[in-house]
Ligand binder design. Structure first.
Ligand SMILES: [Zn+2]
Length: 410
């Protein structure tokens, strides 16, 4: 019988070691190569060294990528074999790449010199997703130390390339056939600061860039041109109003509980106030509830554009999709991992609740393959922001909750 209290004490005793590791690991840049970095290679070397020091075996999956100096991107898996059902694996998945630091003048400290102010450690990627990398390393260490064996396999994935779509990470691992249909997964890469929110669903995501063409002329002689700026603004309003009215279903599982349809980016048109623009471009960001079919939404947009062109002489509107991610089926709230994680969270006195978000995590990839997946962690949502930090207390407490979840599989 595994004693949870003893496990919690072990985690507490690791506090200083965890802080030192967060600082050491985050001093090694790991910026995604398609975001201007050199990739994750060196940080993986550090992670491997750590696993070797714990005497834990691991597998390396090298995926070719000419963009990085080494020519390959790494992914590492660790597996603790189960005692009964070895066809099933409960996976914990973290990503090792980070985004770029953005505008350096907005950082109060060097993003590559993690700064510990007591409970917060500031630095690029400390929360996204080093928090999970460190938690997983310590879970591995403690499982090895205490010989924790679950009924199913317990697996850990340290992945590359999450920030630009997981092509060299999770997608590539699916081609390596490491997953089985009975697997489940935990992705500690999103959550809330009270640690109560357990994500089991997401919306479809569309980024649509509209181009409206008219005819340029002098602004004082509008009869000689066709004003694309005016037409574009009208079209934007029509699109927003029509789509919001038509796709207005409320699903309380989600925050917010409706599909979001927002006009966002605008592009520069002409250089001076007296030119009547011949072209207007803008972007819409849509997060559509899984109840709706993305193709249906796009056909509504086609209809709007067609009738808009009809009533506006000389105007030709079109669009391109910058992003199209269709929401997979939500994870079943009755899945074993959902119930066990929720009960582990609840045992710490918090009232966990299930919900959905606007999308964009690698959980979608797993759910597409019918693997029940929860996204959960306790964090202040500092990802991709200057002065990103991780709370050491969250690292400690989430490690305890994951361990107690694993014990429920024993
Ligand atoms: Zn992340």
């Amino acid at each position: 019988m595994i004693n949870i209290k003893e496990l919690n004490n072990i985690v507490d005793s690791c506090r200083q070691e965890m802080i030192d590791d967060i600082i050491k690991m985050n001093s090694i840049p790991s910026i995604n190569p398609r975001m201007g970095g050199q990739g994750e290679f060196e940080r993986f070397e550090w992670i491997e060294k750590k696993l070797r020091s714990y005497n834990i075996g691991y597998k390396v999956f090298e995926i070719k990528d000419e963009v990085v100096p080494q020519g390959i991107r790494r992914n590492i898996t660790v597996s603790f074999k189960g005692s009964e059902d070895t066809r099933k694996t409960l996976w914990f998945i973290a990503h090792v790449d980070t985004v770029n630091y953005g505008d350096i003048s907005l950082w109060n400290t060097d993003p590559f010199k993690p700064y510990d102010d007591g409970d917060r450690i500031y630095g690029l990627g400390t929360e996204d997703n080093s928090q999970a990398v460190i938690e997983m390393l310590y879970i591995c260490k403690i499982m090895k130390q205490k010989c924790i064996i679950a009924k199913c396999n317990i697996g850990f994935i340290f992945a590359s390339d999450e920030e630009t779509g997981s092509r060299y990470g999770l997608h590539a691992l699916f081609k390596e056939n490491i997953f089985s249909p009975s697997d489940e997964a935990v992705v500690p890469d999103g959550g809330s600061s009270d640690g109560c929110f357990v994500e089991i669903a997401e919306k479809s995501q569309l980024w649509i860039k509209f181009t409206v063409k008219g005819k340029q002329s002098h602004a004082s002689m509008p009869q000689l041109g066709v004003n694309a700026c005016s037409a574009g603004m009208h079209l934007g309003v029509v699109l927003e109003d029509t789509l919001k009215e038509k796709y207005n279903y409320i699903d309380e599982l989600f925050n917010p509980p409706y599909s979001t349809i927002e006009l966002t980016q605008k592009f520069a048109n002409v250089d001076s106030p007296n030119i009547l623009p011949g072209m207007d471009q803008f972007v819409m960001d849509l997060r559509v509830l899984p109840k709706y079919d993305v193709a249906q939404v796009l056909s509504t947009i086609d209809d709007i554009i067609e009738s808009f062109d009809e009533v506006n002489e000389g105007i030709k509107a079109s669009y391109e999709l910058l992003t199209r991610v269709e929401a997979p089926e939500p994870t079943n709230p009755d899945a074993e991992i959902v119930k066990k994680l929720v009960s582990s969270i609840s045992e710490t006195g918090r009232s966990a609740y299930l919900g959905g978000i606007g999308g964009g995590t690698c959980a979608a990839i797993l759910r597409k393959h019918n693997i029940p997946t929860v996204v959960w962690s306790t964090l202040d949502e500092m990802a991709h922001q200057p002065n990103e930090y991780v709370l050491v207390s969250n690292v400690i407490n989430d490690t305890k909750i994951f361990l107690s979840t694993i014990v429920k599989y024993c």
